[in-house]
Design a protein around this ligand. Sequence first.
Ligand SMILES: Cc1cc2nc3c(=O)[nH]c(=O)nc-3n(C[C@H](O)[C@H](O)[C@H](O)COP(=O)(O)OP(=O)(O)OC[C@H]3O[C@@H](n4cnc5c(N)ncnc54)[C@H](O)[C@@H]3O)c2cc1C
Length: 432
Amino acid sequence: MDGMNSANARGRALTGNISGTVVVVGAGIAGVSAAIWLQRAGADVVLIDRKPPGEGASFGNAGVLAACSVAPVTGPGLAVRAPFLALDPDFPLFVVWRKLPAIAPWLFRYMLNANEGDTRRIAGALTGIVSDTVQQHRDLAGNTGAQRWLEDSSYVFAYGSRRDFENDRHVWSLRHVAGFVPEEIEGEAVRELVPGMAPEIGFLAVMHDHGYVRNPGEYVKDLAKSVQGAGGRIVRADVMDFDLSGGRIRSVGTSEGRFDCTTAIIAAGVWSGPLMRKLGLQIPIQSERGYHILYRNPSIRIPFPIMVSAGKFVATPMDDGLRCAGVIEFGGLQEPPSAAPPTLIRKLVAKTFPDLTFDEVEEWSGHRPAPSDSLPLIGEIGKTRVFAAFGHHHIGLTGGPKTGRIVAALAAGTDPGINTAPYAPNRFRQRR
Ligand SMILES: Cc1cc2nc3c(=O)[nH]c(=O)nc-3n(C[C@H](O)[C@H](O)[C@H](O)COP(=O)(O)OP(=O)(O)OC[C@H]3O[C@@H](n4cnc5c(N)ncnc54)[C@H](O)[C@@H]3O)c2cc1C
């Protein structure tokens, strides 16, 4: 109990005081985190989502609190390799080809970052958002029903061999710079640590002091309940427009009427793009669709989340089964889920855990919010008192709590304790 109270005390110290009503758009991990830290700073919060809390990308992710995940997808040389990878049916990168013309301008900007300098710059900036994630989740969820879903654990990267691990040296060099060095496990010791893992997996890079969420959807719902418990309102509505008379936010227009406010937070994940257009900003953001397969009642219980590097999927021991999540699919927001990605995940899982049996499987897909420069947007849009809190790509569960805390501090006019320049939403406007 003491620890929880001190978490709240730390929150107050960081976020100061804020008066008036704050509308938070989006009840995913970013939105509920912002709502909680804003309440701790004294704000009256209205949390608006067209769905129940935690049903966007925050529902179906791999649950990993990936403190060491500082490397962006756009590593050096990706622009050359990507077309071949997308055409390889056994590689977990998919493109809905008829959508390519619409996505191409974003893809071009995205690939411009696939070089050494930008990769290191992005990794440096991501470190500030993700590296203390376990503590950030504890601070956020302390004193709420959500903390029951948090688990301390290692995060393990599985490779065929030491050579495969060494071939990944660029990513590991970025993690090293961020302060993360793995323990190396080889040969039969792999199966002692993870019984049931295929003999083809001969090397594990074990990152200690990480964590995961045993049910991300329920976690976000419990966090949202705590917003309500602290006097916040949760409204089920579609946010449609903003009144910015006099250059500052006055109200947010929704399918259920207008909500007056002195501050608004846009935390609508990948759907923040269309909302930003209503605010006059063109943000280059796309969906990187991902999929998961949940194996109910699995015969294998792995002790921690494992990123299987060959298949680029993460297997996580969730409360309701073994969740295997991964794949990147570019196809925009309107397309229905495709058949090939979950089929590939199943194939990769069968290869990794050959003896796995289970009762039934469930499939899910969701949209990772992907700005073209792989950095989240965190900060005020001009002087409007509208703040962005979205765009976390593959690390939104990891980075959501800190993002919410930063945005609450900025809204309260206090020191967020981090240089927010790399995340400033205006970086895109300045380029135009
Ligand atoms: C397969 C997969 C695996 C992943 N694994 C991990 C992982 O292990 N660790 C990790 O850190 N991250 C992971 N991620 C990424 C992570 O899930 C996302 O980055 C994160 O959930 C984004 O959270 P969010 O709150 O920004 O968006 P969301 O959770 O998508 O929430 C946005 C909310 O806004 C609402 N909304 C949108 N538009 C409107 C509107 N106009 N009006 C009202 N409401 C609106 C939506 O309904 C939604 O509820 C994974 C993602 C996928 C797809």
